[in-house]
Design a binder for this molecule. Structure first.
Ligand SMILES: [Cu+2]
Length: 305
């Protein structure tokens, strides 16, 4: 649950209630007048002159009713759009097709882990196309648009997890663009932030993934490489381990077997062996990976047959 839920649900129920009331009133009078003024009872239509009072009242009353809906909606909207001062900020990177949550200390996570009871302000950054940051259980939805900073905030009031979805059709794997929001007690959150390898077992995506796979997420590899055979900006990583690859090394075309040495070099100095048919666009900054992390990635790639 979050504070945004009663705000959105309240406006929704209010609007539906007014619409339902009007609907039943209109249908009631429709039927009543049809029966009451049927031809057999009124063979001669009577002539009715205008009534200023009646006309004014059916202009003013519905206008006022509609305005209450507007005011109700507007207060809720302002509440949802303006993050309270002192909120904790999380940068939400949206890209084809994953979410990465970046905390102010630079820590990145494939799931949005938040402390209970804190106001969390999400700064939405679209890295390629328009995405929609959508947490149905919290009634929160905001587009992430390239070139524009949009934001949204919430306050998780009960522990547990909720789905984060993308609400803008953003390409082939749009429906797979899911993550979890996990609200945990502040003490657990601080331990996780401090870098201890707290895993919220069974709930977060990261804990279900092999370490190597979650690294591909955290380091953004999956924005260029698929693990299912699809060719994206870069070649797929499915079946790459042990495969025979044609590369250009310093302008010379040659065939190599993708062993540990080759894969390690492809990650650390991507410009040294360029896979044929692909541009040399893999960022060399990927060498921030530690040796152990590269080993984890290689172990994971070995399982991708
Ligand atoms: Cu998307």
């Amino acid at each position: 649950m979050a504070a945004s839920v009663p705000v959105v649900d309240g406006a929704m129920i209010y609007i539906i209630a007014i619409c339902a009331l009007l609907f039943f009133l209109i249908v009631f009078f429709l039927i009543y007048f049809t029966v009451r003024f049927r031809r057999s009872r009124n063979p001669e239509p009577s002539e009715i002159r205008g009534s200023v009072l009646l006309e004014l009242s059916w202009i003013i009353v519905p206008t006022l009713i509609a305005l209450t809906m507007f005011v109700y909606g507007l207060t809720g909207f302002k509440f949802l759009r303006m993050a309270p001062k002192g909120s904790m900020t999380v940068k939400v990177h949206a890209r084809q097709w994953s979410w990465v949550f970046e905390y102010d200390d630079g820590r990145k996570s494939p799931d949005l882990i938040v402390p209970l009871g804190r106001n969390v302000r999400c700064e939405l950054i679209a890295e390629d196309v328009i995405h929609g940051f959508y947490i149905p259980a919290y009634r929160i939805q905001q587009d992430a648009v390239p070139g524009i900073r949009t934001e949204v905030w919430f306050n998780a009031s009960s522990p547990g997890s909720a789905y984060i979805l993308c609400s803008q059709y953003c390409g082939k794997q749009h429906s797979a663009m899911m993550a979890k929001l996990i609200a945990v007690p502040a003490s657990q959150f601080d331990a996780w932030r401090a870098g201890s390898n707290v895993r919220f077992t069974g709930t977060d995506a990261a804990s279900r993934m092999p370490r190597g796979q979650s690294l591909l997420f955290e380091r953004g590899c999956i924005s260029c490489h698929s693990v299912d055979g699809a060719v994206m900006v870069g070649p797929t990583l499915k079946g790459v381990f042990g495969a025979t690859v044609t590369v250009k090394s310093g302008g010379v075309r040659k065939t190599v077997t993708a062993d540990e040495t080759y894969i390690r070099r492809s990650i650390v100095e991507p410009g040294s062996d360029i896979v044929e048919g692909f541009p040399n666009t893999m960022p060399p900054g990927m060498d921030v990976l530690s040796d152990a992390e590269i080993n984890d990635i290689i172990s994971y790639l070995k399982t991708l047959r």
